[in-house]
Design a protein around this ligand. Structure first.
Ligand SMILES: [Zn+2]
Length: 323
């Protein structure tokens, strides 16, 4: 749990993933042969082996904000990084990567709360003039949203369970796996803005097969849209989302590995993960995906169940052991 907490504390909006990369590198280094960063910033931890070449990917970036300009009174206007609905951002703290902290407010006289757009929002960084603000923030500086870490029974809340949960499961798998496969644990960049890191990494690595680990929405809260995936009922083996129909052989392998474990099947019409970019890389890569059930995705209190994390780790380990 300490490692998971530490992973969630690093602020790493897409395009500025260095802080979480450093935490991951320190944690995984003892269990692999080499750790390096590619041209896009993907962090790659390689455990050499003589068997099949397998790429496991989890994105390490998070949604966030980027300062666009500072108004005459020192309020910072911003562009969202990734899918950040205005009502998710409102009144949340923002942690800029340079250490400046602010809170999101909106132009109250302009609109009813239900009508607000991101362009109505601003970040109050606690200054009273444009000059003072400019001494702390410039256009292009990005930040992450509030992420305080709380444990409630078997459930864990934090603003960045998407996808520090996946990063955590990869690190725990590396800690345990000592088999023959040539394994690349890849912590990708810029997933939240369009799966940008994973495809390039897969192209360079050219794995025999690839798996992504990310969170997915659930359908078990009051009056939510229909969705067969439930929190706490095991990792979801992805069948389809908007970015991929997973390879049937990969699904079969995962189903075999999941025997005796709780698991679910995931079929969703929206959203995508790194699997979407990996499977169309170069000449094509046989790709599957494991999704960690998560409530309140992209809010400041994303919630996962620690039993699901445990079973995701176990599923990854069994999958590798079977190759
Ligand atoms: Zn994600």
């Amino acid at each position: 749990m300490e490692l998971l907490k530490k992973l969630t504390e690093a602020v790493a909006p897409s395009g500025a993933e260095e802080a979480v990369g450093a935490v991951i590198e320190e944690a995984i280094r003892p269990y692999v042969d080499e750790v390096y960063t590619d041209a896009l910033g993907n962090l790659i931890a390689h455990k050499k082996g003589t068997g099949k070449k397998i790429m496991l990917a989890a994105h390490m970036d998070e949604i966030g904000v980027m300062a666009t300009y500072i108004d005459d009174n020192g309020f910072v206007r911003f562009s969202p990084i990734g899918w950040l609905p205005p009502h998710y951002a409102l009144y949340k703290k923002v942690y800029f990567t340079n250490g400046v902290v602010g809170v999101v407010g909106y132009e109250e006289k302009e609109k009813e709360l239900k009508d607000i757009k991101n362009s109505d929002l601003y970040i109050d960084i606690g200054v009273s003039s444009k000059e003072e603000a400019e001494s702390q923030i410039a256009p292009g500086i990005s930040g992450g949203i509030e992420r305080s870490f709380s444990v409630c029974g078997s459930r864990v809340f934090s603003g960045v369970m998407d996808n520090r949960s996946g990063c955590y499961c990869l690190i725990k798998t590396a800690e345990r796996y000592t088999g023959d496969c040539d394994v690349y644990y890849v912590f990708t960049v810029q997933e939240e803005v369009g799966l940008r890191g994973a495809g390039a990494a897969a192209f360079a690595i050219q794995p025999d097969m690839a798996l992504s680990v990310d969170v997915t929405d659930v359908g078990d809260t009051p009056n939510c849209p229909h969705n067969a995936v439930r929190l706490g009922e095991g990792p979801a083996i992805k069948v389809m989302d908007a970015s991929i129909i997973t390879h049937p052989i990969m699904r079969r392998k995962l189903l075999l590995a999941a025997e005796g474990l709780p698991y679910q099947l995931e079929v969703i019409q929206n959203g995508g993960t790194d699997a979407g970019a990996m499977h169309t890389s170069k000449g094509g890569v046989m790709t599957g995906a494991i999704s960690i059930p998560c409530r309140y995705i992209h809010s400041a209190a994303e919630c996962v169940d620690t039993e699901d994390l445990k079973h995701t780790e176990e599923l990854l380990y069994r999958f590798l052991m079977a190759e």
